[in-house]
Design a protein around this ligand. Sequence first.
Ligand SMILES: [Zn+2]
Length: 188
Amino acid sequence: MLINNDTIIKDNDPFIREKSMPVELPLSDEDRALLQDLYNYVKDSTDPEKAEKFNLRPAVGISAIQVGVPKQLTAVIVPTLDKDGNEITAEFMLANPKIVSQSVQPAYLDSGEGCLSVEGEHEGHVVRSARIKVRAYDAITDQEIEIRARGYLAIVLQHEIDHFSGTLFYDKIDHDDPYKEIPGALVI
Ligand SMILES: [Zn+2]
């Protein structure tokens, strides 16, 4: 599937609000190929030459609904820290990811969030959980996994999983007071 900034569905298309359905496991060839295309998009989007040549907006994640497929499939590639504090890249090709627990502590990105499906400006705190536990099938390692995510990775996973319910990041901004103080929040 050709995925670029012209083919990605934007928020002026009501389809972006559709619910995504879980996929059957083991993964069909079709679902696996789509996950691979989503992953390749994210990977290539951060290569400036490829991004320019193929019209890719830089991203750390993309979900299937954004390319017109209402299935619970998403790819994320996120810089993060391992448990010893070393910089690593967390890479996933996830089917049916589900948040099974989340911290009470909230978190938000200081610079706000962006989305491949959103071209307008929507500034403000997008309040999410600071830590989450996600269960999913990962097509990179070909197994059921549990991800304990914190900080930026936790934010990205929540952003992508929100796409499955048709939720966009700016739905979570308090439009009366976009920069209101969030008590106890982890600011990333
Ligand atoms: Zn998005």
